[in-house]
Design a protein around this ligand. Structure first.
Ligand SMILES: NC(=O)c1ccc[n+]([C@@H]2O[C@H](COP(=O)([O-])OP(=O)(O)OC[C@H]3O[C@@H](n4cnc5c(N)ncnc54)[C@H](O)[C@@H]3O)[C@@H](O)[C@H]2O)c1
Length: 436
């Protein structure tokens, strides 16, 4: 079976490489010539643990290749995955122009039966639009071709993407005919063999499942952040509280970690998109709308927290920052809390010096006023406070004596609750964190 994945970003590249690992012949197509040229030279354009070896292994085995000739890759494939971006518009709705461009390209290239699978996260009803765009191109060209559309949303997490693809909690497939379903089940057979759960349903359910999953996780984060803020008022410890509720199996312990709010390429845009399309469908998601408001407020609260810890003013102060990516083990800065928080600190007249193990090259393009430094200890040098923004593992066991020696005053604002408040205070730091 030949597979074409259109869009060679986080999702497309991981999907393509993992299907190739299953033994399928995969062509990853992208219209970004530089990206494809880099991949052909053996360079991986994103930071994702293990991906370089996976790509190299499958490329040299002849199962994985890259192209900018999307039309040819589509013609050669039985299954075509759409894995392009679906960025948010100003009003929170989803920009489907990339999906439409690919669907139309599929229509123009179509020369025989294909299964067209939407893997991008798309509002309910998009697969029906994909079908319409393909039919439109077929009729413009006076062609007739049989095809199926399906929805197969992706749940992988950046930083653990390969593991998530190879050992998923579940695979969701929305299909409208048995032929497409049989082909997709065949493609995913290696996961059936390891007993990964499959949820087979209709297309709107599959599309909505992705949004409901992300919205639920975002809800847990905003929930614990609000509770953490309340904990600060009453001298309660949100970690003990999170354990106290999370040990209830109905609640679960995951995603109850307070911090600067959720970010990244998925939760912010997916919650806004779901709120938007649900409103348009006349069935507002009021909980999700509140979750978004709480998340926005949490970022602003973190700016206040840093300011308060520094005595109420950040103007003229030098702030060292550890971590910029929206979470550890990724270089992704899309909607990262660091961007909003550091921009606000700069606006208030602070000087910022920061270190991140993977995201600095990209960050420099976004906020060039931030001075980027070579390591965690350089970020402390001469700073009035150290802010822990992202909990990379290497920030969990800092040499605190070296941190203290580098800082102008021993102030640590730990937005990820990496350190123990009592131990930090005993070590002589003015220490603040979230909800404890
Ligand atoms: N990143 C994640 O963790 C994640 C997880 C689950 C789902 N998703 C969803 O998957 C989709 C893709 O996300 P991503 O993070 O991989 O995006 P990305 O921006 O990393 O990659 C998208 C790629 O599509 C390419 N592209 C755009 N238009 C094209 C066209 N007409 N022809 C060929 N290539 C084209 C771009 O050049 C880019 O390389 C989004 O809908 C996203 O919401 C992402």
């Amino acid at each position: 079976m030949n597979v074409c994945v259109v869009g060679t970003g986080y999702v497309g590249l991981v999907t393509g490489a993992c299907f190739a690992e299953f033994g399928v012949k995969v062509v990853c197509a992208d219209n970004n010539e530089q990206k494809i040229a880099a991949l052909e030279r053996g360079e991986i354009p994103i930071y994702e643990p293990g991906l370089d070896q996976l790509v190299a292994r499958n490329e040299s085995a002849g199962r994985l290749s890259f192209t900018t000739d999307t039309g040819q890759a589509i013609r050669d494939a039985l299954v075509v995955f759409i894995a392009v971006g679906t960025p948010p518009r100003e009003d929170g709705s989803t920009d489907l122009s990339y999906v439409e461009a690919v669907a139309r390209e599929i229509g123009r290239a179509m020369d025989g039966y294909k299964v067209v699978v939407t893997k991008s996260t798309v509002p309910v009803g998009t697969s029906a639009k994909v079908k319409g765009w393909i039919e439109d191109e077929l009729s413009r060209a006076g062609k007739r071709a049989r095809f199926s559309v399906a929805s197969n949303p992706e749940f992988l997490r950046e930083g653990a993407a390969i593991q998530d693809f190879m050992r998923p909690d579940r695979v969701v497939i929305g299909a409208e005919d048995e032929e497409a379903l049989a082909i997709l089940k065949d493609l995913y057979r290696p996961l059936y063999l390891i007993s990964a759960p499959f949820v087979v349903t209709n297309i709107p359910t599959a599309e909505l499942t992705k949004y409901a999953a992300n919205a639920f996780l975002a809800t847990k984060i905003s929930f614990i952040n609000e509770i953490a803020n309340l904990c600060e008022r009453i001298d309660a410890d949100v970690h003990d509280l999170a354990r106290g509720i999370g040990l209830d199996g109905r609640i679960g312990q995951k995603f109850l970690h307070p911090g600067p709010g959720y970010g990244g390429s998925c939760f912010p845009k997916d919650t806004s998109s779901a709120a938007h399309f649900a409103r348009e469908l006349g069935s507002p998601l009021e909980i999700i709308e509140a979750v978004i408001r709480v998340n926005d407020r949490q970022r602003a609260r973190m700016v206040e927290k840093i300011s308060e810890t520094l005595g109420g003013r950040v103007a003229g102060k030098s702030i060292g920052v550890l971590g910029l990516s929206f979470k550890p083990e990724t270089d992704d800065l899309r909607d990262a809390p660091s961007v909003d928080i550091l921009r606000a600190l700069l606006d208030r007249g602070a000087k910022v010096q920061a270190y991140d193990p993977a995201a600095m090259a990209e960050f420099e393009k976004i906020l060039p006023q931030v001075r980027l430094v070579a390591n965690e200890y350089e970020a402390c040098e001469g700073a009035d406070a150290l802010v822990i923004m992202t909990e990379w593992n290497q920030f969990r066991m800092l040499d605190l004596e070296r941190v203290k020696a580098g800082l102008r005053s021993p102030v640590v604002v730990d937005l990820r609750n990496v350190y123990e408040p009592v131990a930090m205070r005993e070590a002589g730091f003015t220490y603040s964190c979230v909800g404890r």
